[in-house]
Design a protein around this ligand. Structure first.
Ligand code: GDP
Length: 292
């Protein structure tokens, strides 16, 4: 289970392999290498220090359990501390009330619309019947994009490109689909300015009263992810995060910083442009990628 992580920190881990006890110098060296890897992966610097402090404290204090080598022990600590940060376990969406109202948030270009398609397909495969409401009155193509998507998947869509009142659209959509098991609300990703966008999200959130607000974060944006997460979570309590575009070279360290900023777990990741390029979030793989 911890193989990748060890492999990725190769040099230091090699040194560790032959030792029967891990002294302070070695622990500090491992920590330094982890720090380097995390910073290169765009993890926020304060978070890197917080993380290394907890790893160092445990590595120096705790004796390896019987049968566990110092190397395995330190890998376990690194792994556990990082997983703790990510919220322990991969969660799915648990549909426990009807209609389950999902509010999608995210800046334009983050992959929000594509991700709505992906989540819808995922939920359909589980036997649910989601409906989608388009409240984006700022991007003229948003409704068209959703229309195409929903037609392909045979999903009901409510929207009205003539209506420029996002709150009214949200209300009408909610009314129309109140008998559905899941209603997904697409929202605008841009506005006159960011303040207005966040104000609109706050208002839509109070109209929709979402069961779960999902923030879509572009995995390639690095440090800005943290600020985006904070801004959106001030508009409405963000329940979970989906990180997109992890099919490229991006390591998603920004997303890790976003998670730590608002304490919402990552539930899924996007790994391509197609509707099936969508995976349940796997903390272990994510961490290996960050440190690799
Ligand atoms: P929105 O403005 O947030 O609704 O973003 P879109 O859903 O229109 O996506 C913006 C661009 O990102 C499009 O070209 C998508 O195909 C692309 N995209 C979305 N998710 C992913 C992903 O997981 N991987 C890759 N490679 N591209 C993605």
């Amino acid at each position: 289970m911890l193989g990748n992580l060890g492999k990725n920190l190769t040099k230091t881990m090699k040194k560790l392999a032959g030792m029967s006890i891990v002294d302070e110098e070695v622990v500090k060296e491992v920590i330094k290498e982890i720090q380097r890897a995390l910073i290169q992966s765009d993890v926020n610097i304060k978070l890197v220090f917080k993380l290394s402090k907890s790893i160092e404290e445990r590595a120096l204090k705790e004796e390896p359990p019987k049968g566990i080598t110092p190397k395995e022990h330190i890998i376990t600590i690194v792994y556990e501390e990082m997983v703790k940060l990510l919220g322990e376990k991969a969660h799915e969406v648990e549909i426990d009330q009807k209609p389950y109202k999902i509010l999608f948030l995210g800046l334009q270009g983050s992959g929000k619309t594509t991700t709505i398609g992906k989540l819808t397909r995922y939920l359909q495969k589980k036997g649910f019947h989601p409906a989608i409401v388009c409240t984006d009155t700022w991007r003229p193509a948003a409704f068209e994009q959703l229309k195409q998507l929903t037609q392909e998947m045979n999903v009901p869509l409510y929207g009205d490109p003539e209506n420029k009142d996002a709150l009214d659209l949200a209300k009408k959509g909610l009314k129309q689909f109140k008998k559905h098991d899941i209603v997904i609300f697409d929202t605008a990703g841009r506005h006159k300015d960011e303040k207005d966008l966040l104000q609109e999200m706050e208002e839509i959130s109070s109209v929709v009263d979402p069961t779960e607000a999902i923030l879509v974060i572009d995995g390639t944006i690095g440090q800005q992810a943290k600020d985006q997460a904070r801004a959106f979570s001030q508009a409405t309590p963000v329940g979970s995060i989906i990180v997109t575009k992890l099919d490229g070279s991006a390591k998603g360290g920004g997303a890790l910083s976003a998670v730590s900023e608002i304490g919402a777990p990552i539930k899924f990741i996007g790994t391509g442009e197609r509707v099936d390029d969508f995976e349940i979030f796997d903390p272990e793989r994510f961490i290996s990628r960050l440190l690799g």
